[in-house]
Design a protein around this ligand. Sequence first.
Ligand code: LRH
Ligand code: MN
Ligand code: MN
Length: 387
Amino acid sequence: MSTVQIPEALDSLAIEVPSWAYGNSGTRFKVFGTPGTPRTVQEKLQDAAKVNELTGLAPSVALHIPWDKVEDYAALREYAEGLGVKLGTINSNTFQDDVYKFGSLTHSDESVRRRAIEHHLECIDIMDATGSRDLKIWLADGTNYPGQDDIRARQDRLAESLSEIYARLGDEQRLVLEYKFFEPAFYHTDVPDWGTSYAQTLALGEKAFVCLDTGHHAPGTNIEFIVAQLLRLGKLGSFDFNSRFYADDDLIVGAADPFQLFRIMVEVVRGGGLEPNSDVALMLDQCHNLEEKIPGQIRSVLNVQEMTLRALLLDRAALAEAQRNHDVLAANAVFMDAFYTDVRPALAAWRQERGLPADPMAAYAASGYQKLINDARVGGTQAGWGA
Ligand code: LRH
Ligand code: MN
Ligand code: MN
């Protein structure tokens, strides 16, 4: 019998899954095909619904446009809802067309900027049809060589382009601006860090927020500090969760550094990020190059759930007491106690109480779903990279 008491706050934990996680992906060296890969957006939604069915944790699916382009988004919404999931964040994409070689929202040529702005306005039209709240913008814009372009003028053009997109948002809609310090640009990136995203979104207004992708930081960056700071400033809009060893590796969240995920979730809880009506949306942004995609996603949402529970179990009163006494070792011990708590047996029981499988990974393996899709789907598509 486990002694872990699960706080009610865990009941409402929701992690959005990305449609592109179900497609084949890889590196610039090779994209391996996986049996059962979805051929259509609808099939990606079916797989996402399976993850939600077995975990109760993934009620919405992010789309990437044009990777998930369809004729009728209202019909797609109905289809998703029929499967028990909602359509979530709409991700724009100005990083795969030749016209954007030298930038999109920051481009020096007005006609290219116009095209990129129009793409975002189209994404907002899609949000109107899908009922999505968030438009997520990540830009590949940047330069490879010092002197290649005027980096300050690019900031000005970015601000102008973003304000036109922002002006089109509905009352309940939001814009989240994701930062990344390098790649595909190698000298400078136009939105490299949280400070730039904060400055740009602050100028836009209260419906604009920062998106923090955990893979988009230099090694050694204290990400939980950024989380604390953005929550303090009321500007943390969303997470793209994944793991990195070296760069933007897009591996399963919590796989590379579970302790870092714990530290991040401690700050999320501390900053009110799990409270009802919080501004913070939790999402995965991952690719499964080698492993099977559906169990990869199941593992991912379970990792977030486990670390969230450990963060909720942190004895904050004891921690505050030790901190007040400047008892460094006691404070650290309280912190580590929560991290080292094995919450898995308690979570298994908690799931069963809610009619979910105690072990979603085992339930998936036993479900026969993988064989079903392997047989039914021939010629699945790539996640989008190079597609
Ligand atoms: C960029 C990024 C961004 C994209 C996704 C596919 O590296 O993190 O969120 O939309 O990958
Ligand atoms: Mn991302
Ligand atoms: Mn990324």
